[in-house]
Write a protein that binds this ligand. Structure first.
Ligand SMILES: Nc1nc2c(ncn2[C@@H]2O[C@H](COP(=O)(O)OP(=O)(O)OP(=O)(O)O)[C@@H](O)[C@H]2O)c(=O)[nH]1
Ligand SMILES: [Mg+2]
Length: 328
């Protein structure tokens, strides 16, 4: 017990001192499925909480090949050059891209991977989206306590993951390709409701005119849609992750957004809402898992599920029966 407490204190101290190896160990605990690890991780994050919250949290999404990794490398390096400490996290619950992928991506983030003021952590390996998102959130807090003041959270361009990342960040950035007339296809309604900025990448060389044209189309489309916040109309910018042109301008928008929403109180409100939403999401997960494992239901569940599948029992009646069986 004593040894464990000493170990815990070392973890906490090491994180606050910004020791990367200790931070990595804490994240391993956060991601562990072992109940004792989870208990320790929760206590740790709770203790660290007063040292969190100061970072600029940015979510980044975009279709495969749009240049997310190249952008994170360019933006992250720009930021460490400004004296910032940058942590890169990811939310990707799909099993096809477990663990290794963002690591393999490190070749596309070569500069940042070698940067001592940057910390790159792959997505927790496959699980439910809720589970993966919860772990990424706790990892984000641990990184903040370790002194990282910019957190970049990458996600694949899939609706639910995008919502999960928008729900844990202050600013949600949607990356787009310079296309040929079909730009609006990429502009899913749901995404526009989440995005705080649209950035058309690869605005370099022969692509430049197409990137500008795409940006103009996005601008026109955004004009008729309701933005995420009444305090902020999402700008549309062009940039090149490859040459670095426009990277500074991209960050300037993140800061402008921050200043504006801080002044109106909207940023603090967004964070408060996110925290409560997070609690409910976790409660949903815990209850679901408990219900599925509840001995009183174990025998009944397969039959009830089969009856619902066959259309013999309405879902509403099925829920009534299950709740009754639980004795709630
Ligand atoms: N011309 C040009 N090419 C770019 C730019 N940014 C990225 N690329 C290229 O686009 C390709 C995809 O870039 P990535 O950064 O791997 O894209 P990604 O979005 O991370 O891709 P996934 O991880 O597969 O989803 C690579 O060949 C990059 O070199 C840019 O600004 N200009
Ligand atoms: Mg990538």
């Amino acid at each position: 017990m004593k040894a464990r407490r000493a170990d815990f204190a070392r973890l906490e101290h090491g994180i606050r001192a910004g020791e990367r190896a200790v931070l990595a160990r804490a994240i391993t605990l956060i991601e562990s499925k072992r109940v004792d690890h989870q208990t320790t991780a929760r206590a740790l994050v709770q203790d660290l909480l007063p040292s969190t919250g100061h970072a600029v949290r940015v979510g980044i999404t975009g279709a495969p090949g749009v240049g997310k990794s190249t952008t994170i490398d360019a933006l992250g390096t720009y930021l460490t050059g400004q004296g910032r400490k940058v942590a890169v996290l990811a939310v990707d619950p799909s099993s096809a891209r477990t663990g290794g992928s963002i690591l393999a991506d490190k070749t596309r983030m070569a500069r940042l991977a070698a940067d001592e003021n940057a910390f790159i952590r792959p997505s927790p390996s496959a699980g439910t989206l809720g589970g993966v998102a919860a772990k990424t959130r706790e990892t984000m807090l641990a990184c903040e306590a370790a002194g990282f003041d910019v957190i970049l959270v990458e996600t694949v361009g899939i609706g639910q993951s995008e919502t999960a990342v928008a729900d844990m960040t202050d600013f949600f950035l949607a990356l787009m390709l310079p296309g040929a007339g079909d730009e609006l296809q990429g502009l899913k309604k749901g995404l526009v409701e989440l995005a705080d900025m649209i950035a058309v990448n690869k605005a370099d060389g022969d692509n430049l005119p197409r990137a500008k044209a795409a940006a103009a189309e996005y601008r026109a489309a955004l004009h008729i849609l309701t933005p995420r916040s009444p305090d902020w109309s999402p700008p549309v910018v062009t940039y090149s992750a490859l040459t670095g042109d426009g990277i500074a301008g991209l960050w300037a928008q993140v800061i402008a957004h921050r200043e504006k929403l801080t002044a109106t109180g909207a940023l603090a409100a967004r964070r408060r809402e996110q925290q409560v939403k997070w609690m409910w999401a976790m409660l949903d997960e815990v209850w679901r898992a408990r219900i599925a494992a509840e001995p009183k239901l174990k025998a009944k569940l397969p039959q009830i599920e089969a009856a619902v599948a066959a259309g013999a029992l309405t879902p509403a009646r099925a829920v009534d029966e299950l709740v009754a069986a639980l004795g709630l």
